[in-house]
Design a protein around this ligand. Structure first.
Ligand code: ADP
Length: 227
């Protein structure tokens, strides 16, 4: 039995396939993330990081290649099965928090759990536990607009982990913060990931942040190269 959480084999993706303005973004990407492994995805803007993360997280489909998540081969899977695996096994963090503005920090972490069938009391307990881990339990009843950028992003981390995924995919998770806040918030994210034993693929163009992860991969000319 393999203990890999994410397997990508020969992933290819083009936009405007077959048209004069075709862009080949991914040209045979291979990647295996073992359980508990945290890998940096380093690439300049436009190299295809978001495309790769969306394919890995089943938000988009590849033109060629196989995606396996937590042992399940998703090649040719129905939309229903893709949605289930995405909901149960994958957590996403983006550069912008995308929290629901009309709900408190706590509710933003509770809602995905309710959608997944967790009883409210258990969902609230878990949300509080996560907020405590990222050091902002005192902000639980604040709406996003009343939180600082760093606090908003910490809530977004908790929301991504709300349903205890096996795989975390993050696209420039601290890219919207000033350097000092980014450094602190990134430290919190790493502690949270290590604490939960998650596997994570984290895109960043910050080489110092990348160096704090287990491995660094660069996306170049549509392929991954070990740094
Ligand atoms: P990154 O996240 O590294 O900045 P993206 O994955 O967003 O890169 O984009 C990679 C390339 O694919 C870019 O050249 C971008 O313009 C192009 N691209 C992304 N999405 C689309 C789309 N829906 N249609 C056409 N081209 C796209």
């Amino acid at each position: 039995m393999s203990s890999s959480i994410l397997d990508l084999n020969g992933i290819a993706k083009s936009y405007n396939l077959g048209k004069p303005n075709e862009v080949q973004v991914l040209r045979g990407v291979d990647l295996t993330l073992q359980a508990g492994e945290v890998v940096a995805l380093v690439a300049p803007s436009g190299a295809g990081k978001s495309t790769l993360l969306h394919i890995a997280g089943l938000l988009d489909t590849a033109d060629e290649g196989r995606v396996r998540i937590a042992g399940e081969d998703m090649t040719g899977a129905s939309d229903r099965r893709r949605t289930r695996v995405r909901r149960d096994d994958v957590g996403f963090i983006y550069q912008f928090h995308h929290l629901l503005p009309e709900f408190t920090a706590l509710e933003n972490i509770v809602l995905p759990q309710l959608a997944n069938g967790t009883p409210r009391k258990a969902a609230e307990d878990r949300a509080r536990n996560l907020l405590e881990k990222v050091g902002i339990l005192a902000r639980a009843d604040h709406r996003p607009a009343a939180l600082s950028g760093g606090e908003q992003q910490r809530v977004a981390f908790c929301r991504a982990l709300a349903n205890a995924p096996a795989l975390l995919l993050a696209d420039e998770p601290t890219g919207n913060l000033d350097p000092t806040t980014s450094d602190q918030v990134f430290g919190t994210l790493m502690e949270l990931v290590r604490d939960t034993g998650l596997s994570a693929l984290i895109a960043t163009h910050n080489l110092e942040l990348a160096s704090r992860m287990d491995r660094q991969l660069r996306l170049e000319d549509g392929q991954l190269i070990s740094l």
